[in-house]
Write a protein that binds this ligand. Sequence first.
Ligand code: ADP
Length: 185
Amino acid sequence: MQITIGENTLELLIGDITKQATDAIVNAANGSLMGGGGVDGAIHKAAGQELLQACRRLRKEQLNEEPLGTGEAVITPGFKLPASYVIHTVGPIWNTHNPIQDIQLADCYQNSFKLAKEYKLTSISFPSISTGVYRFPIERAAKIAMRTITNYLQTVDFGQVRMVLFSETDFTVYKSALRNIICSS
Ligand code: ADP
């Protein structure tokens, strides 16, 4: 599914984010930036050891060895990936006692766009942040992601945005969230 918003395109597809040749791909990282399972593990594996080294350097030089905060984003080269850059962002771990988790998830998308813009990038691929090991309910995450991305593209000339879903089921959820937004606007 592909739609046009101003000068921008937003595409939803089923695929592997490590194969996307957009300027940047976004990693649903954990705060340590040291890799992990899921999409994080797949990205580190495909990018090669240099990515881990770059993340280590970044932790030291930009984060003073602190973990990256939830909703925040940092950027590294893509090394062996077809994408030139990886934007690492930390999604919220689903927790009904956290009143700001929706905002934190929206921040992941917004801060990724902010970095991409700073680097003058014009294409970006996102995975479904927080809906794997972090257990954020996917219907809710999809609404937040699609609302945040479409709002952003309505106000900024960015370029091309891909939402790369890893299963047919996830794709269907995001497609319906996007359709609801289009129909209600
Ligand atoms: P989180 O910790 O933010 O929940 P996960 O990596 O556990 O991150 O899951 C986020 C989403 O990424 C899940 O929907 C998962 O199916 C998906 N995913 C895993 N591997 C890939 C991949 N190679 N490309 C795109 N999406 C992926």
